[in-house]
Design a protein around this ligand. Structure first.
Ligand code: ADP
Ligand code: GLC
Length: 492
Protein backbone atom coordinates (compact mmCIF):
# COMPACT_ATOMS: atom_id res chain seq x y z
CA UNK A 1 0.00 0.00 0.00
CA UNK A 2 1.35 3.38 -0.99
CA UNK A 3 1.15 6.35 1.37
CA UNK A 4 2.25 9.86 0.40
CA UNK A 5 3.03 12.44 3.08
CA UNK A 6 2.55 16.08 2.11
CA UNK A 7 3.99 18.46 4.68
CA UNK A 8 5.69 21.82 4.97
CA UNK A 9 8.72 20.66 6.96
CA UNK A 10 10.73 17.57 7.84
CA UNK A 11 14.11 16.76 9.32
CA UNK A 12 16.77 16.72 7.97
CA UNK A 13 15.63 19.12 5.23
CA UNK A 14 13.81 21.87 7.13
CA UNK A 15 12.53 22.45 10.65
CA UNK A 16 10.85 25.05 12.82
CA UNK A 17 9.30 22.69 15.38
CA UNK A 18 8.03 19.24 16.23
CA UNK A 19 6.15 18.77 12.96
CA UNK A 20 9.52 18.32 11.24
CA UNK A 21 10.54 15.64 13.74
CA UNK A 22 7.31 13.74 13.16
CA UNK A 23 7.43 13.93 9.36
CA UNK A 24 11.08 12.85 9.52
CA UNK A 25 10.40 9.81 11.68
CA UNK A 26 6.90 8.40 11.08
CA UNK A 27 7.48 7.52 7.39
CA UNK A 28 10.58 5.55 8.39
CA UNK A 29 8.56 3.57 10.93
CA UNK A 30 5.83 2.93 8.35
CA UNK A 31 8.35 1.78 5.77
CA UNK A 32 9.68 -0.74 8.26
CA UNK A 33 6.12 -2.09 8.60
CA UNK A 34 6.16 -2.73 4.85
CA UNK A 35 4.41 0.36 3.46
CA UNK A 36 5.65 2.18 0.39
CA UNK A 37 6.09 5.72 1.67
CA UNK A 38 6.89 8.94 -0.17
CA UNK A 39 7.24 12.42 1.29
CA UNK A 40 6.61 15.65 -0.60
CA UNK A 41 8.11 18.87 0.83
CA UNK A 42 8.97 22.38 -0.30
CA UNK A 43 12.63 23.06 -0.86
CA UNK A 44 13.65 26.08 1.21
CA UNK A 45 16.86 28.07 1.34
CA UNK A 46 17.87 26.17 4.49
CA UNK A 47 17.53 22.78 2.81
CA UNK A 48 21.11 21.61 2.55
CA UNK A 49 22.22 21.29 -1.08
CA UNK A 50 24.16 18.09 -0.37
CA UNK A 51 20.90 16.28 0.33
CA UNK A 52 19.42 16.92 -3.06
CA UNK A 53 19.68 15.29 -6.46
CA UNK A 54 17.97 17.11 -9.32
CA UNK A 55 16.09 14.89 -11.58
CA UNK A 56 12.46 14.10 -10.98
CA UNK A 57 11.62 16.62 -13.68
CA UNK A 58 9.70 19.84 -13.77
CA UNK A 59 6.10 20.63 -13.12
CA UNK A 60 3.52 23.23 -14.06
CA UNK A 61 1.06 24.13 -11.32
CA UNK A 62 -2.13 25.36 -12.98
CA UNK A 63 -3.27 27.82 -10.31
CA UNK A 64 -5.87 30.27 -11.54
CA UNK A 65 -3.67 33.24 -10.60
CA UNK A 66 -1.19 32.05 -13.21
CA UNK A 67 0.95 29.02 -13.79
CA UNK A 68 3.79 28.34 -11.37
CA UNK A 69 6.76 26.37 -12.56
CA UNK A 70 8.66 24.10 -10.23
CA UNK A 71 11.53 21.68 -10.42
CA UNK A 72 11.08 18.47 -8.48
CA UNK A 73 14.16 17.15 -6.78
CA UNK A 74 14.76 13.80 -5.21
CA UNK A 75 16.23 14.04 -1.74
CA UNK A 76 17.32 10.44 -1.93
CA UNK A 77 15.84 7.28 -0.55
CA UNK A 78 16.67 6.88 3.13
CA UNK A 79 15.42 3.97 5.23
CA UNK A 80 13.00 2.99 2.48
CA UNK A 81 11.39 6.45 2.28
CA UNK A 82 11.70 8.49 -0.88
CA UNK A 83 11.53 12.25 -0.39
CA UNK A 84 10.73 14.77 -3.12
CA UNK A 85 11.31 18.49 -2.86
CA UNK A 86 9.39 21.12 -4.77
CA UNK A 87 11.83 23.79 -5.86
CA UNK A 88 10.19 27.06 -6.76
CA UNK A 89 12.59 29.86 -5.77
CA UNK A 90 10.05 32.69 -6.01
CA UNK A 91 7.97 30.93 -3.34
CA UNK A 92 10.45 29.14 -1.08
CA UNK A 93 13.96 30.53 -1.50
CA UNK A 94 13.62 32.86 1.49
CA UNK A 95 15.39 33.42 4.81
CA UNK A 96 12.76 31.62 6.85
CA UNK A 97 9.97 29.13 6.22
CA UNK A 98 6.85 31.07 7.09
CA UNK A 99 7.74 34.55 8.28
CA UNK A 100 10.23 37.42 8.39
CA UNK A 101 10.81 39.78 11.32
CA UNK A 102 8.07 38.16 13.36
CA UNK A 103 5.42 38.65 10.62
CA UNK A 104 3.94 35.99 8.33
CA UNK A 105 4.85 36.36 4.68
CA UNK A 106 1.84 38.10 3.09
CA UNK A 107 1.69 35.58 0.23
CA UNK A 108 1.61 32.46 2.46
CA UNK A 109 -1.82 31.51 1.10
CA UNK A 110 -0.55 31.50 -2.48
CA UNK A 111 2.71 29.78 -1.53
CA UNK A 112 1.07 26.80 0.13
CA UNK A 113 -1.79 26.64 -2.37
CA UNK A 114 0.84 26.20 -5.09
CA UNK A 115 2.62 23.62 -2.96
CA UNK A 116 -0.59 21.62 -2.33
CA UNK A 117 -1.57 21.65 -5.97
CA UNK A 118 1.98 20.72 -7.01
CA UNK A 119 1.73 17.70 -4.70
CA UNK A 120 -1.43 16.48 -6.44
CA UNK A 121 0.04 17.12 -9.89
CA UNK A 122 3.24 15.34 -8.97
CA UNK A 123 1.58 12.32 -7.35
CA UNK A 124 -0.42 11.82 -10.56
CA UNK A 125 2.74 11.15 -12.50
CA UNK A 126 3.25 7.84 -10.81
CA UNK A 127 1.72 4.70 -12.22
CA UNK A 128 0.28 3.73 -8.82
CA UNK A 129 -2.19 5.98 -7.04
CA UNK A 130 -1.62 6.23 -3.29
CA UNK A 131 -4.13 4.57 -0.99
CA UNK A 132 -3.78 7.52 1.37
CA UNK A 133 -2.38 11.02 1.13
CA UNK A 134 -1.42 12.03 4.66
CA UNK A 135 -1.49 15.81 5.11
CA UNK A 136 -0.26 17.88 8.04
CA UNK A 137 -1.45 21.25 9.33
CA UNK A 138 -2.83 24.19 7.35
CA UNK A 139 0.05 24.32 4.88
CA UNK A 140 -1.13 21.14 3.16
CA UNK A 141 -4.84 21.46 4.04
CA UNK A 142 -5.71 22.47 0.49
CA UNK A 143 -4.76 19.00 -0.74
CA UNK A 144 -8.08 17.45 0.41
CA UNK A 145 -9.97 20.60 -0.64
CA UNK A 146 -8.63 20.41 -4.19
CA UNK A 147 -9.01 16.65 -4.27
CA UNK A 148 -12.71 16.88 -3.45
CA UNK A 149 -13.38 19.82 -5.77
CA UNK A 150 -11.02 20.29 -8.73
CA UNK A 151 -9.93 16.65 -8.87
CA UNK A 152 -13.27 15.13 -7.91
CA UNK A 153 -13.73 13.34 -11.20
CA UNK A 154 -10.11 12.46 -11.76
CA UNK A 155 -10.05 8.67 -12.15
CA UNK A 156 -6.46 8.52 -10.91
CA UNK A 157 -7.62 9.61 -7.46
CA UNK A 158 -10.86 7.61 -7.40
CA UNK A 159 -9.70 5.37 -4.54
CA UNK A 160 -7.34 7.73 -2.73
CA UNK A 161 -8.28 8.80 0.80
CA UNK A 162 -6.92 11.70 2.79
CA UNK A 163 -5.86 11.60 6.42
CA UNK A 164 -5.36 15.06 7.86
CA UNK A 165 -3.27 15.45 11.00
CA UNK A 166 -3.64 18.53 13.17
CA UNK A 167 -0.37 19.24 14.94
CA UNK A 168 -1.48 22.56 16.34
CA UNK A 169 -4.93 24.10 16.06
CA UNK A 170 -3.55 27.51 17.01
CA UNK A 171 -2.23 27.94 13.47
CA UNK A 172 -5.12 27.84 11.01
CA UNK A 173 -3.94 29.55 7.82
CA UNK A 174 -6.40 32.46 7.81
CA UNK A 175 -6.58 34.60 4.68
CA UNK A 176 -8.91 37.20 3.20
CA UNK A 177 -11.56 35.61 0.98
CA UNK A 178 -10.35 37.81 -1.88
CA UNK A 179 -7.50 35.34 -2.51
CA UNK A 180 -9.96 32.55 -3.43
CA UNK A 181 -10.01 33.22 -7.17
CA UNK A 182 -6.20 33.32 -7.25
CA UNK A 183 -5.81 29.96 -5.53
CA UNK A 184 -8.49 28.09 -7.47
CA UNK A 185 -11.03 27.90 -4.67
CA UNK A 186 -14.57 28.11 -5.94
CA UNK A 187 -16.69 30.70 -4.14
CA UNK A 188 -19.26 27.96 -3.39
CA UNK A 189 -16.81 26.64 -0.81
CA UNK A 190 -16.91 29.90 1.10
CA UNK A 191 -19.71 28.98 3.46
CA UNK A 192 -20.01 27.86 7.00
CA UNK A 193 -19.97 24.14 6.12
CA UNK A 194 -16.84 24.81 4.04
CA UNK A 195 -13.85 27.11 4.47
CA UNK A 196 -15.60 30.20 5.80
CA UNK A 197 -14.65 31.26 9.30
CA UNK A 198 -15.89 34.59 10.65
CA UNK A 199 -15.54 36.23 7.25
CA UNK A 200 -12.11 34.76 6.57
CA UNK A 201 -10.88 31.85 4.53
CA UNK A 202 -9.66 29.15 6.95
CA UNK A 203 -7.45 26.53 5.32
CA UNK A 204 -7.20 24.31 8.41
CA UNK A 205 -10.97 24.15 8.54
CA UNK A 206 -10.92 23.03 4.90
CA UNK A 207 -8.57 20.22 5.88
CA UNK A 208 -10.87 19.13 8.70
CA UNK A 209 -14.03 19.26 6.61
CA UNK A 210 -12.78 17.69 3.37
CA UNK A 211 -10.52 14.91 4.61
CA UNK A 212 -11.77 11.38 5.04
CA UNK A 213 -10.35 11.19 8.53
CA UNK A 214 -8.76 13.64 10.95
CA UNK A 215 -6.15 12.84 13.54
CA UNK A 216 -4.24 14.78 16.10
CA UNK A 217 -1.11 14.04 18.04
CA UNK A 218 -2.34 12.84 21.44
CA UNK A 219 -5.54 11.39 22.80
CA UNK A 220 -5.97 14.14 25.33
CA UNK A 221 -5.64 16.86 22.68
CA UNK A 222 -8.20 15.06 20.50
CA UNK A 223 -10.69 15.57 23.35
CA UNK A 224 -9.53 19.07 24.24
CA UNK A 225 -9.90 20.53 20.74
CA UNK A 226 -13.58 19.67 20.85
CA UNK A 227 -14.03 22.12 23.74
CA UNK A 228 -14.42 25.90 23.73
CA UNK A 229 -11.28 26.30 25.82
CA UNK A 230 -8.93 24.57 23.38
CA UNK A 231 -10.72 24.49 20.01
CA UNK A 232 -9.59 27.96 18.86
CA UNK A 233 -13.03 28.47 17.34
CA UNK A 234 -13.04 25.14 15.48
CA UNK A 235 -14.49 23.07 18.33
CA UNK A 236 -17.93 22.91 16.68
CA UNK A 237 -16.52 21.67 13.37
CA UNK A 238 -14.44 19.09 15.21
CA UNK A 239 -17.40 17.92 17.27
CA UNK A 240 -19.34 17.46 14.05
CA UNK A 241 -16.54 15.17 12.85
CA UNK A 242 -16.03 13.41 16.18
CA UNK A 243 -16.67 9.99 14.64
CA UNK A 244 -13.89 10.65 12.13
CA UNK A 245 -11.40 12.08 14.64
CA UNK A 246 -8.72 10.17 16.51
CA UNK A 247 -5.76 11.01 18.75
CA UNK A 248 -2.54 9.10 18.09
CA UNK A 249 0.39 9.98 20.31
CA UNK A 250 3.59 11.01 18.53
CA UNK A 251 6.57 8.76 18.89
CA UNK A 252 10.16 9.94 18.92
CA UNK A 253 13.20 8.89 16.96
CA UNK A 254 15.73 7.41 19.39
CA UNK A 255 18.33 7.32 16.63
CA UNK A 256 18.49 11.11 16.99
CA UNK A 257 17.64 11.46 20.66
CA UNK A 258 19.53 8.97 22.80
CA UNK A 259 22.20 9.88 25.38
CA UNK A 260 23.99 6.59 24.77
CA UNK A 261 24.77 7.47 21.15
CA UNK A 262 24.15 11.23 20.76
CA UNK A 263 27.13 12.78 18.94
CA UNK A 264 26.15 16.34 19.82
CA UNK A 265 26.68 15.99 23.58
CA UNK A 266 30.06 16.10 25.35
CA UNK A 267 29.74 12.69 27.07
CA UNK A 268 27.48 9.73 26.46
CA UNK A 269 25.69 7.85 29.24
CA UNK A 270 23.14 5.11 29.88
CA UNK A 271 20.77 4.21 32.76
CA UNK A 272 23.46 1.85 34.07
CA UNK A 273 26.32 4.33 33.72
CA UNK A 274 25.23 7.88 34.49
CA UNK A 275 28.66 9.53 35.02
CA UNK A 276 28.49 11.19 31.59
CA UNK A 277 25.43 13.19 32.62
CA UNK A 278 27.41 15.14 35.23
CA UNK A 279 30.00 16.06 32.59
CA UNK A 280 27.21 17.21 30.27
CA UNK A 281 25.85 19.43 33.06
CA UNK A 282 29.21 21.01 33.78
CA UNK A 283 30.08 21.64 30.13
CA UNK A 284 26.63 23.12 29.49
CA UNK A 285 26.91 25.61 32.33
CA UNK A 286 30.44 26.54 31.33
CA UNK A 287 29.39 27.02 27.73
CA UNK A 288 26.75 29.47 28.95
CA UNK A 289 29.25 31.49 30.96
CA UNK A 290 29.33 29.95 34.47
CA UNK A 291 33.01 29.12 34.83
CA UNK A 292 32.79 27.35 38.16
CA UNK A 293 29.29 25.90 38.38
CA UNK A 294 27.79 24.69 41.66
CA UNK A 295 27.02 21.11 40.68
CA UNK A 296 24.62 20.54 43.60
CA UNK A 297 22.18 23.05 42.19
CA UNK A 298 19.53 21.68 39.83
CA UNK A 299 19.49 22.96 36.26
CA UNK A 300 16.04 23.65 34.84
CA UNK A 301 16.15 23.42 31.04
CA UNK A 302 13.92 25.04 28.42
CA UNK A 303 14.13 24.52 24.65
CA UNK A 304 11.21 26.01 22.83
CA UNK A 305 9.63 28.28 20.35
CA UNK A 306 9.14 31.46 22.38
CA UNK A 307 5.42 31.96 21.79
CA UNK A 308 2.30 32.45 23.88
CA UNK A 309 1.32 28.76 23.60
CA UNK A 310 4.27 27.69 25.71
CA UNK A 311 3.18 29.43 28.93
CA UNK A 312 6.32 31.43 29.65
CA UNK A 313 4.36 34.32 31.11
CA UNK A 314 3.90 32.02 34.13
CA UNK A 315 7.66 31.76 34.55
CA UNK A 316 8.01 35.53 34.41
CA UNK A 317 5.40 35.83 37.15
CA UNK A 318 7.22 33.45 39.50
CA UNK A 319 10.78 34.43 38.55
CA UNK A 320 11.55 36.53 41.63
CA UNK A 321 10.41 33.87 44.03
CA UNK A 322 11.81 30.95 42.05
CA UNK A 323 15.25 32.47 41.70
CA UNK A 324 15.61 32.76 45.44
CA UNK A 325 16.19 29.02 45.27
CA UNK A 326 19.66 27.66 44.59
CA UNK A 327 19.04 26.73 40.95
CA UNK A 328 20.10 27.50 37.41
CA UNK A 329 17.65 28.06 34.57
CA UNK A 330 18.96 27.43 31.05
CA UNK A 331 16.72 28.54 28.18
CA UNK A 332 17.11 28.27 24.41
CA UNK A 333 14.57 29.59 21.96
CA UNK A 334 13.43 32.04 19.36
CA UNK A 335 10.06 33.42 18.45
CA UNK A 336 7.86 36.38 19.18
CA UNK A 337 9.85 39.51 20.14
CA UNK A 338 7.72 39.94 23.30
CA UNK A 339 8.83 36.57 24.68
CA UNK A 340 12.44 36.91 23.54
CA UNK A 341 12.60 40.18 25.46
CA UNK A 342 10.98 38.59 28.49
CA UNK A 343 13.70 35.93 28.63
CA UNK A 344 16.49 38.43 28.00
CA UNK A 345 15.22 40.67 30.79
CA UNK A 346 15.18 37.76 33.26
CA UNK A 347 18.73 36.89 32.19
CA UNK A 348 19.81 40.46 32.78
CA UNK A 349 18.26 40.54 36.24
CA UNK A 350 19.75 37.21 37.35
CA UNK A 351 23.01 36.85 35.39
CA UNK A 352 24.40 34.15 37.69
CA UNK A 353 21.33 31.92 37.56
CA UNK A 354 19.20 32.58 34.49
CA UNK A 355 21.10 31.75 31.30
CA UNK A 356 19.44 32.45 27.98
CA UNK A 357 20.35 31.99 24.36
CA UNK A 358 18.01 33.47 21.79
CA UNK A 359 18.78 31.32 18.76
CA UNK A 360 17.82 28.23 16.87
CA UNK A 361 20.60 25.80 17.74
CA UNK A 362 20.16 22.07 17.35
CA UNK A 363 23.44 21.19 19.07
CA UNK A 364 22.63 23.30 22.14
CA UNK A 365 19.13 21.76 22.21
CA UNK A 366 20.69 18.31 22.59
CA UNK A 367 23.19 19.61 25.16
CA UNK A 368 20.38 21.07 27.28
CA UNK A 369 18.46 17.79 27.15
CA UNK A 370 21.57 16.04 28.41
CA UNK A 371 22.95 18.65 30.81
CA UNK A 372 19.78 19.76 32.60
CA UNK A 373 18.29 17.99 35.63
CA UNK A 374 14.71 19.02 34.90
CA UNK A 375 12.91 20.17 31.79
CA UNK A 376 10.24 22.83 32.05
CA UNK A 377 7.12 22.99 29.86
CA UNK A 378 4.34 25.07 31.46
CA UNK A 379 2.32 25.18 28.20
CA UNK A 380 -1.11 26.80 27.95
CA UNK A 381 -1.86 24.01 25.53
CA UNK A 382 0.36 21.32 24.02
CA UNK A 383 -0.91 19.05 21.23
CA UNK A 384 1.80 16.49 21.96
CA UNK A 385 5.14 18.05 22.84
CA UNK A 386 8.32 16.20 22.02
CA UNK A 387 10.88 17.78 24.32
CA UNK A 388 9.40 16.25 27.48
CA UNK A 389 9.71 12.85 25.79
CA UNK A 390 13.31 13.49 24.71
CA UNK A 391 14.03 14.69 28.25
CA UNK A 392 12.88 11.44 29.81
CA UNK A 393 15.31 9.48 27.65
CA UNK A 394 18.12 11.78 28.89
CA UNK A 395 17.17 11.28 32.56
CA UNK A 396 16.04 14.92 32.66
CA UNK A 397 12.84 15.02 34.66
CA UNK A 398 9.91 16.86 33.03
CA UNK A 399 7.99 19.50 34.96
CA UNK A 400 4.87 20.19 32.92
CA UNK A 401 1.39 21.57 32.87
CA UNK A 402 -1.03 18.65 32.59
CA UNK A 403 -2.50 19.45 29.19
CA UNK A 404 -2.64 17.64 25.84
CA UNK A 405 0.28 15.36 25.15
CA UNK A 406 2.07 16.49 28.32
CA UNK A 407 -0.76 14.96 30.31
CA UNK A 408 -0.64 11.76 28.25
CA UNK A 409 3.12 11.26 28.51
CA UNK A 410 4.23 12.44 31.96
CA UNK A 411 3.00 10.38 34.91
CA UNK A 412 3.16 12.07 38.34
CA UNK A 413 5.97 10.76 40.53
CA UNK A 414 4.71 9.32 43.84
CA UNK A 415 8.09 8.51 45.38
CA UNK A 416 8.28 5.15 43.62
CA UNK A 417 6.45 5.15 40.32
CA UNK A 418 6.00 7.98 37.84
CA UNK A 419 8.15 10.11 35.59
CA UNK A 420 7.73 13.77 36.44
CA UNK A 421 5.90 16.65 38.09
CA UNK A 422 2.67 18.15 36.83
CA UNK A 423 0.36 20.99 37.66
CA UNK A 424 -3.10 21.42 36.24
CA UNK A 425 -4.33 24.93 36.82
CA UNK A 426 -2.79 27.57 34.56
CA UNK A 427 -1.56 29.80 37.36
CA UNK A 428 1.79 31.04 38.70
CA UNK A 429 0.98 29.64 42.14
CA UNK A 430 0.42 26.15 40.76
CA UNK A 431 3.63 26.30 38.72
CA UNK A 432 5.70 27.51 41.65
CA UNK A 433 4.35 24.85 44.00
CA UNK A 434 5.09 22.18 41.41
CA UNK A 435 8.65 23.44 40.86
CA UNK A 436 9.25 23.56 44.60
CA UNK A 437 8.18 19.93 44.89
CA UNK A 438 10.56 19.00 42.09
CA UNK A 439 13.45 20.93 43.64
CA UNK A 440 12.84 19.35 47.06
CA UNK A 441 12.83 15.88 45.49
CA UNK A 442 16.06 16.67 43.64
CA UNK A 443 17.84 17.18 46.98
CA UNK A 444 17.12 13.57 47.96
CA UNK A 445 19.67 11.92 45.71
CA UNK A 446 18.42 8.32 45.97
CA UNK A 447 14.85 9.23 45.25
CA UNK A 448 15.95 11.41 42.35
CA UNK A 449 18.00 8.58 40.82
CA UNK A 450 14.96 6.32 41.05
CA UNK A 451 12.90 8.93 39.24
CA UNK A 452 15.56 9.33 36.55
CA UNK A 453 15.66 5.59 36.03
CA UNK A 454 11.88 5.52 35.63
CA UNK A 455 12.15 8.23 32.98
CA UNK A 456 14.97 6.59 31.05
CA UNK A 457 13.21 3.25 30.87
CA UNK A 458 10.08 4.69 29.21
CA UNK A 459 9.66 3.76 25.57
CA UNK A 460 8.03 6.24 23.22
CA UNK A 461 9.55 4.88 20.02
CA UNK A 462 7.35 5.07 16.94
CA UNK A 463 6.59 1.34 16.81
CA UNK A 464 3.24 1.46 18.64
CA UNK A 465 1.98 4.69 17.11
CA UNK A 466 3.03 3.73 13.58
CA UNK A 467 0.87 0.61 13.94
CA UNK A 468 -2.10 2.81 14.87
CA UNK A 469 -1.60 4.93 11.75
CA UNK A 470 -1.25 1.75 9.72
CA UNK A 471 -4.57 0.45 11.06
CA UNK A 472 -6.18 3.74 10.11
CA UNK A 473 -4.77 3.63 6.57
CA UNK A 474 -6.08 0.08 6.20
CA UNK A 475 -9.55 1.16 7.32
CA UNK A 476 -9.53 4.09 4.91
CA UNK A 477 -8.40 1.83 2.10
CA UNK A 478 -11.16 -0.68 2.83
CA UNK A 479 -13.75 2.12 3.07
CA UNK A 480 -12.74 3.69 -0.22
CA UNK A 481 -12.95 0.31 -1.91
CA UNK A 482 -16.59 0.15 -0.79
CA UNK A 483 -17.27 3.68 -1.99
CA UNK A 484 -16.34 6.78 -0.06
CA UNK A 485 -18.16 7.33 3.23
CA UNK A 486 -20.72 9.98 2.35
CA UNK A 487 -20.27 11.74 5.70
CA UNK A 488 -16.69 12.49 4.75
CA UNK A 489 -17.62 14.44 1.63
CA UNK A 490 -19.71 17.44 2.59
CA UNK A 491 -20.38 18.65 -0.96
CA UNK A 492 -21.11 15.96 -3.47
P1 ADP B 1 6.51 22.61 18.90
O1 ADP B 1 6.38 21.76 17.69
O2 ADP B 1 5.23 23.17 19.38
O3 ADP B 1 7.53 23.68 18.72
P2 ADP B 1 7.60 20.20 20.17
O4 ADP B 1 7.97 19.95 21.59
O5 ADP B 1 6.72 19.22 19.53
O6 ADP B 1 7.00 21.68 20.11
O7 ADP B 1 8.90 20.22 19.28
C1 ADP B 1 9.85 21.22 19.29
C2 ADP B 1 11.05 20.74 18.50
O8 ADP B 1 11.78 21.87 18.04
C3 ADP B 1 12.02 19.93 19.32
O9 ADP B 1 12.72 19.01 18.51
C4 ADP B 1 12.97 21.01 19.85
O10 ADP B 1 14.21 20.49 20.24
C5 ADP B 1 13.06 21.90 18.66
N1 ADP B 1 13.37 23.31 18.98
C6 ADP B 1 12.50 24.27 19.37
N2 ADP B 1 13.14 25.44 19.55
C7 ADP B 1 14.44 25.21 19.25
C8 ADP B 1 15.62 26.03 19.23
N3 ADP B 1 15.57 27.31 19.56
N4 ADP B 1 16.77 25.46 18.87
C9 ADP B 1 16.82 24.15 18.53
N5 ADP B 1 15.76 23.33 18.53
C10 ADP B 1 14.58 23.85 18.88
C1 GLC C 1 3.07 21.05 17.09
C2 GLC C 1 2.73 21.06 18.56
C3 GLC C 1 3.52 20.09 19.38
C4 GLC C 1 3.66 18.74 18.68
C5 GLC C 1 4.23 18.95 17.29
C6 GLC C 1 4.40 17.65 16.52
O1 GLC C 1 3.97 22.00 16.69
O2 GLC C 1 2.80 22.36 19.11
O3 GLC C 1 2.89 19.91 20.64
O4 GLC C 1 4.50 17.90 19.41
O5 GLC C 1 3.38 19.78 16.54
O6 GLC C 1 3.19 16.94 16.37
Amino acid sequence: MKIVFVASESVPYSKTGGLADVVGALPKALASLGYEVEVFLPRYRITKPGAVVPGAGSLTVPLSAGFKFAAIQIAGEVNGVRTYLMECPELFDRDQLYMANGKDYPDNGGRFAAFSMAALEFIKRSSTPPAVIHCHDWQSALVPVYLRSLYLDDPFYANTSVLFTIHNIGYQGLFPPEIMPQISINKDLFRIEGLEYYGKLNLLKGGIVFSDFVSTVSQKYAQEIQTDEFGHGLEGVLRSRADHLIGILNGVDYEDWNPATDKLIPANYTPEGMQGKASCKKVLLQKLGIQDPVMERPVLGIVSRFVKQKGFDLIAQVADELLREEIYVVALGTGEPEYEELFLSMAEKYPEKFLVKVAYDDTLAHQIEAGADMFLMPSRYEPCGLNQIYSMKYGTVPVVRATGGLDDTVQPFDGEKGTGFRFRQYSPVALLACLQRAIATFRDRDTWSRLQQNCMREDFSWTQSAKKYAALYETLYATSAQGRASSAVPFS
